[in-house]
Design a binder for this molecule. Structure first.
Ligand code: PLP
Length: 459
């Protein structure tokens, strides 16, 4: 039985060792991958070792090098070896983390990690939490708690009666919100028509005056204000303190999308950006981005633990949990689930608070340098200098078609294989987004990346 495991571990280590020298972009086309992997449904089985060897062979060229220190696309982050090791154990232990009865060690670890995270982020001690698949489900969990509380305050039991006939909810946010907020609104039956966009200032932060007006316009309506800690393109943070004050005066619920930006709380240099965020009612973040845990790993916190629990707790006669310990199923949207506590636990123990702060600061320093030095190249222009680890540049076409040229240069950089960036439309123009959130990115990676961008501009 163990042969196949040794084999897989050896393939995995070979892949990781080669990552710094492999091209970052996939080299196989979808057609090639379909041809290799698209086998007919097997009637009889094969030996385990053959299955694994062939999987590795056939997936070759179809793997994005997003774990590399020179991957700067989207906000993905790599995997710390210690977290990967704990994740391997998680799979081997095969615990069903639904409850403290089926997975006692995982339940204890989640309790410990939830408290650690609350402390790292400076959130209220009374806030409840859940380890979910990612920020998408963290939003959904938080907004379900908000829905419960806002409607209960108006005499409506949404868990029993549903939304039909309930006072309609509103979500106030800016155009910069992540799409996952909209999907949470869809999943919860609130609907995207309930989203009202509040104007942002020039830097992309929610305008306090506009928020004040929007709150006044919908006076009395159950309202959630969704703020951002770390915009995907520029890394800006909404003005939490005044926004929370206004929202709470209007009996609104404040939710913070801190998918990666909440981690700035662990850095002494960047913590000030989150001033007032602790006043909110719920917070969502990811472990699989800046903490560099393997997928999938999200985390949600809710100030009103009773509202959180009321939205998810469900008793069963066949699984009566230990009462001395928090039971995951009371706080999570999933039933059977993976133990996401172990990799989180391993990463935080291996880095410590100072190591995590150091990781955040290092990424911010690299992002600042990438944007500054790319911006100095002939034909490049900085659109947004990073507030933390995200920034934007574009490339200027001598013939004036900057959008097309920017996409062309991005494509050339990807084809060069040294680094990887993606494109985005920002304020009506095409831009190259720069995101640094990998634990391994080094000064040498930045040097090599800038050289590759210079080559792409020169050809
Ligand atoms: C990545 C991201 C999300 C979505 O998170 P998932 O973990 O992919 O579900 C939400 N908001 C922001 C700001 C993000 O960067």
């Amino acid at each position: 039985m163990t042969n196949v495991l040794d084999r897989a571990a050896s393939h995995a280590v070979t892949f990781l060792r080669a990552l710094p020298t492999r091209p970052i972009a996939p080299t196989a086309t979808i057609g090639e991958l379909q041809h290799r992997l698209g086998k007919p449904l097997p009637e009889t089985g094969l030996a385990d070792e053959i299955v694994i060897d062939e999987l590795v062979r056939d997936a070759e060229g179809g793997l994005m090098g997003s774990g590399s220190g020179r991957f700067f696309g989207w906000v993905i982050g790599g995997t710390l070896p210690v977290a990967l090791a704990a994740d391997w154990l998680t799979s081997a232990w095969d615990q069903n983390a639904a409850s403290n009865l089926t997975a006692p060690a995982e339940a204890v670890v989640e309790q410990v990690c939830g408290e650690w995270a609350r402390e790292m982020f400076g959130l209220p001690k009374s806030a409840s939490f859940a380890f979910v698949t990612g920020c998408q489900m963290a939003h959904t969990t938080a907004l379900a708690s908000a829905r419960h509380k806002l409607l209960r305050d108006r005499g409506w039991d949404v868990e029993a009666r549903g939304l039909s006939g309930a006072p309609p909810l509103r979500i106030l946010t800016t155009q910069n919100r992540h799409e996952s907020i909209l999907r949470a609104a869809r999943l919860l039956g609130v609907g995207t028509d309930a989203v009202v966009y509040v104007q942002a200032d020039n830097s992309g932060r929610m305008s306090i005056h506009a928020l004040e007006r929007a709150l006044r316009d919908g006076e009395g309506a159950p309202t959630v204000v969704c703020l951002q800690a770390g915009d995907l393109n520029t890394g800006v943070f909404d003005p939490f303190e005044p926004a929370c004050r206004l929202a709470h005066a209007a009996r609104a619920w404040v939710h913070v999308d801190g998918a990666f930006g909440l981690w700035a709380a662990v850095s002494e240099r960047h913590r000030h950006l989150l001033a007032g965020a602790e006043l909110a009612d719920s917070w969502a973040t990811d472990g699989h981005k800046w903490l560099n845990l393997p997928f999938d790993s999200g985390l949600v916190f809710v100030r009103d633990a009773a509202a959180h629990r009321a939205s998810f707790a469900q008793d069963t006669s066949y699984s009566v949990p230990t009462v001395e310990l928090r039971n995951q199923k009371d706080w999570n949207p999933e039933w059977s689930r993976r133990g996401r506590g172990f990799p989180f636990y391993a990463a935080v123990r291996a880095l410590g608070r100072s190591g995590i702060g150091g990781l955040v600061d290092r990424c911010c320093r690299h992002a600042e340098r990438l944007v500054r030095e790319i911006g100095r190249l002939d034909g490049a222009e900085v659109l947004a200098a990073p507030v933390i680890n995200q920034g934007l540049v574009r490339f200027l076409d001598p013939d004036g078609n900057h959008d097309r040229f920017t996409d062309q240069v991005i494509h050339r950089i990807q084809a060069d294989g040294v680094a990887w960036f993606g494109g985005v439309t920002w304020c009506g123009q095409r831009a190259m987004r720069i995101s640094v959130c990998n634990w391994q990115t080094s000064d040498d990676d930045i040097d090599r990346t800038i050289a590759s961008v210079r080559r792409a501009l020169a050809c």
